[in-house]
Design a protein around this ligand. Structure first.
Ligand SMILES: [Zn+2]
Length: 476
């Protein structure tokens, strides 16, 4: 049974001030209702003044998603009554959005590239935030905070082109990366992204899941909904057309009150704002390099493999970090260490790359490149550095860590005694090797590695052992 999914994604634009007033959008850590003014409180007589930067940001998005930009766009009033919306209507866009008919290419479930069509992109203001006090289902009272009221959002609506929860999540990740490259969105910001998802089984009714607020939540909510709808159909019933809420903590969706029809909102053009001449404006906007172009450039300029290029460019900060350390003299080595080793160690520590000092990382790569330390010692140095960063300490330089922990590759001569020791301690393996069992050498190398505590290069040890056994064979 084919699954059909479409998404409506609301993203907070990273402007310094709100959409229609000068209040700061940076209210986190501040008390409720401290970033407000008559406009974003919706007091009678206040008038909206449009934030130019927010429109430019939204146009960047429309252009990057290859949308058609109409000559004019227009704000509209969406009327409804709710305590988080003091003026009784939300300023949004309705029949004249900013951008229509674009697309975004993502990786499909089978690994090929897939084109997801974008229906439209429009702007709107966020309402305030309600805080319910008391136990979950039956709060004693609710508080309202208007710090969020008037925060600029863009809504991106897709055609129903997605076919699985994983694909939906990949779409959101790809979109997030694109928006971060455009410099208009911060994916780490709490409350920065909200998703409504439409889902149906082929031929069945469509269900809308409202207000999913995390990346993982989208995949979980859709997975739950597929199971639920399949069970309904298996019992010979029809899936009801309805709106459902996703309860993140329990991982289930529940039926919500019946959805308003569009005419309930009594949309009409916002009389306090004039239509926007957007096409000419959009033509002047020059886009920065986007992920696909950067991937191609990483392949051409640095000879990075396609898989590494995808990993690196899938995260703006990681791609920037790679370019900062590619100067170590061996970009392919740098790509491997950033995309595989560093990323794994960061993931394990729940850290992101921003705190990692690029200069230190370059020094580490140079030590590896000059074969002054083994790969194993390199990982050890990296772990020490990351632990220090994580605990808020200034990280030591790799050279200092190598010295302090005595991780340097010692010159081959220093292992002479170890080699003699191993040859003496393992006469059976030595005999086997001489009798034509080459695998016995691996055992001897293992023994020698143990005694050097991983500081020696195993290839070098194998060579020394072979020499030693050959010598012994000559005299014996
Ligand atoms: Zn304000």
């Amino acid at each position: 049974m084919t699954v059909i999914i479409g998404l409506e994604i609301h993203c907070q634009l990273t402007t310094r001030t709100k959409l229609f007033c000068g209040c700061s959008t940076d209210y986190r850590n501040d008390p409720p209702n401290t970033h407000t003014c008559p406009t974003c409180l919706g007091l009678p007589g206040s008038l909206p003044v449009l934030n130019r930067k927010a429109v430019e940001y939204a146009l960047r998005v429309g252009k990057a998603l290859s949308c058609a930009i109409p000559d004019e766009a227009e704000f509209a009033r969406k009327n409804y009554f709710y305590p988080d919306l003091p003026k009784g209507f939300q300023i949004t866009m309705y029949d004249r959005p900013l951008a229509v008919g674009g697309y975004l290419d993502i990786e499909a479930d089978d690994g090929t590239e897939k084109r997801v069509r974008i229906t439209r992109v429009h702007m709107e203001e966020d309402p305030g935030r309600l805080v319910h006090v008391g136990s979950g289902d039956r709060p004693r009272y609710s508080l309202v905070d208007y710090n969020r009221s008037g925060i600029p959002l863009i809504e991106i609506v897709t055609d129903p082109d997605l076919r699985s929860p994983k694909e939906a999540r990949r779409f959101i990740n790809t979109l997030r990366t694109t928006l971060e490259y455009l410099g208009v969105f911060d994916g780490e910001q709490e409350g920065g992204l909200r998703v409504d998802a439409n889902i149906s089984m082929e031929g069945g009714n469509r269900v809308e899941i409202k207000n999913i607020s995390s990346y993982k939540g989208v995949e979980k909510a859709l997975t739950f909904e597929i199971t639920r709808q399949r069970n309904v159909l298996r019992r010979g019933l029809a899936v009801e057309r309805e709106t459902r809420h996703f309860l993140e903590a329990r991982g289930v969706t529940t039926s919500a009150r019946s959805k308003e029809e569009e005419h309930d909102y009594r949309y009409f053009p916002e009389p306090d704002l004039c239509p926007l001449r957007v096409r000419a404006w959009c033509d002047e906007i020059v886009l920065p390099e986007l992920p696909a172009a950067r991937r191609a450039r990483f392949g051409e300029t640095y000879r990075v493999s396609p898989i590494h290029a995808r990993t690196l460019c899938g995260d703006l900060r990681l791609a920037d970090f790679f370019e900062d350390v590619a100067c170590c003299g061996d970009p392919v080595l740098a790509a491997t260490w950033v995309a595989d080793t560093l990323l794994g160690e960061l993931y394990y520590r729940e850290m992101d790359v921003t705190g990692v000092p690029a200069g230190h990382f370059v020094e580490l790569l140079r030590l590896l490149r000059g074969k002054e330390i083994t790969e194993k010692a390199g990982v050890e140095v990296l772990r020490v550095m990351l632990d220090q960063v994580k605990h808020g300490e200034a990280p030591e330089t790799p050279a200092a860590i190598v010295d302090r922990l005595n991780l340097g590759k010692t010159a081959g001569d220093a292992f002479g005694p170890v080699i003699s020791e191993v040859v003496q301690a393992c006469p059976d393996a030595v005999r086997d090797f001489r009798n034509g069992k080459p695998e016995a050498l691996n055992y001897l190398v293992g023994q020698a590695m143990k005694r050097t505590r991983g500081k020696a290069d195993p290839k070098e040890l194998a060579r020394m052992l072979r020499d030693a056994i050959g010598d012994a064979g000559g005299t014996g």
